[in-house]
Ligand binder design. Structure first.
Ligand code: NAD
Length: 501
């Protein structure tokens, strides 16, 4: 039998999944709900609270009170770390349920969702370990008779606004450093994937994190917007589309709130003629067809050196056609549905654009004839840099393939984008790999691999792919303010060394 999601969490009358505010689970103030929806079955399954502005105010007030009375930041860093370690254990205990919940929300494959959810526990432990180690520094004074140093202090109430493609993974990248540093938080998950976030928040309470420190408001973009505009939200961490991120940044700028943005991408995957072509094609497939292309780091522009161009085009088309479509819970399935009807319609519109532009489609370019929001793995060849499909993020299983001749042509094509999230380079020439990794403008560069991430290395983008970095030890800096301290030590004291006695 197919795995079933948790159908309710702290339900209240007509609301199956309620808001978490100050440790209390409650329906929206006006009791409005929206539905969870399974994109494989094309069926609604749960009623979730659509928060009002007054719910957002209540959540921010609770987070502010919890911050001001120091019930979290006043703990020893080791005590905060202990809570995060317990939370990691609880995430591992409930892993199967958390994985099932996310699959029933966004339709991604069980292999992918299991991997990213296991990483959430590892991420929690990473930031727990850093909680005590993260500090300011002792600084030599530039003036006589002063002792000077810096302190790292929490910022206050943080907002985490997350997308649907990797609900818990991208939440953990914000939640754990925020908590490790002593902040309180209000989370606004995507309206497509809210229930797994509520489950994680319930585990945070079980782990001993005090009431009011972690709050969750669910609903659409209006809820996120109310959070962004709230005067008591000191920092906003956002992952999502570039257009929403830019709107958030401009609203936050009006009151000097801190912002970190992880936005879209149109990343190049560059194959040189000297590469191991079979390995490179596998990397390209994983880069653009994994998660049906619904990945910010999708390697959706495939740049291929002329001598191997025909071979790569052929292999991509042939392997794309062979991908196994089916239930995301079946480990044999290779292609999952898109996460929503809206996303499906968005991708189908790009197929219309491709037809209008007269692009040469090698395979795909249509919705699949089955239940679920599936589109066929799609490959367009000979796509030039003036095509909208070369320039715009599609967020679907759509690869555009472009030939190049020289290394400098490859660099120029790779950088011809407003984005700069990631890049893949396939070559066996180590000197070329080193030249390229400097020349390509991207927050992450993969040499002979693609789409690998882990908690010790920062992740984020250049250009319109975002501002700031998540993960890596430096991620904690983004959740702290730096305070400089000058201590007047009085008049000169003559120090005598022991050697004079
Ligand atoms: P989206 O921008 O539509 O929504 C993201 C979140 O913002 C959701 O929770 C949504 O409700 C909320 N939101 C919408 N309008 C808002 C507003 N005006 N103010 C505040 N919040 C608002 O993006 P999406 O469709 O959920 O996600 C897909 C996009 O996310 C893609 O473009 C993808 O590239 C990007 N993404 C980036 C990364 C990264 O790390 N760079 C990771 C995953 C996804």
């Amino acid at each position: 039998m197919r795995k079933q999601p948790l159908a309710s969490l702290h339900s209240d009358g007509d609301t199956d999944f309620t808001l978490l505010i100050d440790g209390q689970w409650r329906a929206a103030a006006d009791r409005r709900v929206f539905h969870a929806h399974d994109p494989f079955l094309e069926q609604d399954w749960g009623r979730i609270a659509q928060a009002t502005k007054s719910d957002v105010d209540a959540a921010v007030n609770a987070a502010l009170k919890a911050f001001d009375d120091r019930r979290w930041s006043g703990l020893l860093a080791s005590q905060r770390a202990a809570c995060l370690y317990r939370l990691a254990d609880l995430i591992e205990r409930d892993m199967p349920a958390l994985v099932t919940q996310q699959i029933c929300e966004n339709g991604k494959l069980i292999g992918e969702m299991s991997g990213v959810t296991a990483a959430v526990a590892a991420d929690a432990r990473f930031f727990a370990g850093l909680a005590e180690a993260h500090n300011g520094s002792s600084v030599p004074s530039s003036r006589p008779n002063f002792t000077t140093f810096t302190l790292r202090e929490p910022i206050g109430v943080c907002a985490a606004i997350t997308p649907w493609n990797t609900p818990l993974g991208l939440l953990g990248w914000k939640l754990f450093p925020a908590l490790a540093a002593g902040n309180t938080i209000v989370i606004k998950p995507s309206e497509i994937t809210p229930t797994s976030t509520l489950m994680l928040a319930a585990l945070a309470a079980q782990a001993g994190i005090p009431d009011g420190v972690v709050n969750v408001v669910t609903g659409d973009g209006t809820v996120g917007s109310a959070l962004v505009q709230h005067p008591d939200v000191a920092k906003i961490a956002f992952t999502g589309s570039t257009s929403t991120g830019q709107q958030i940044a401009s609203q936050a700028a009006l009151r000097s709130a801190r912002v970190s943005l992880e936005l879209g991408g149109k990343s190049p995957n560059i194959i040189f003629a000297d590469a191991d072509i079979d390995q490179a094609v596998s990397g390209v497939m994983a880069g653009v067809f994994a998660a049906s292309g619904q990945s910010c780091m999708a390697g959706s522009r495939v740049l291929v050196q002329r001598p191997v161009y025909e071979r790569v085009c052929e292999q991509l088309a042939e392997r794309g056609q062979r991908m196994c479509v089916g239930d995301p819970f079946d480990p044999a399935t290779e292609l999952n549905p898109l996460a929503s009807r809206m996303q499906l319609e968005r991708v189908l519109r790009y197929f219309d654009v491709a037809r209008e532009e007269g692009l040469h489609c090698l395979t795909g370019g249509h919705r699949m004839d089955c239940t679920g929001y599936f589109v066929a793995p799609t490959v367009y060849r000979d796509v030039t840099d003036d095509s909208r499909l070369f320039r715009e993020e599609i967020f679907g299983p759509v690869a555009v393939v472009t030939p190049f001749d020289s290394e400098s042509d490859a660099i120029e094509l790779a950088n011809r984008t407003r984005y700069g999230l990631a890049a893949g380079i396939w070559t066996q020439d180590i000197k070329r790999a080193h030249r390229l990794l400097h020349a390509v403008r991207a927050g992450t560069v993969w040499i002979n691999n693609y789409r690998v991430v882990g908690h010790t290395l920062p992740f984020g983008g250049m250009g319109q792919s975002g501002i700031g970095r998540e993960m890596g030890a430096a991620a904690l800096d983004a959740y702290t303010e730096l305070k400089s301290v000058w201590i007047d030590t009085g008049n000169d004291v003559v120090f005598k060394t022991g050697g004079e006695h």
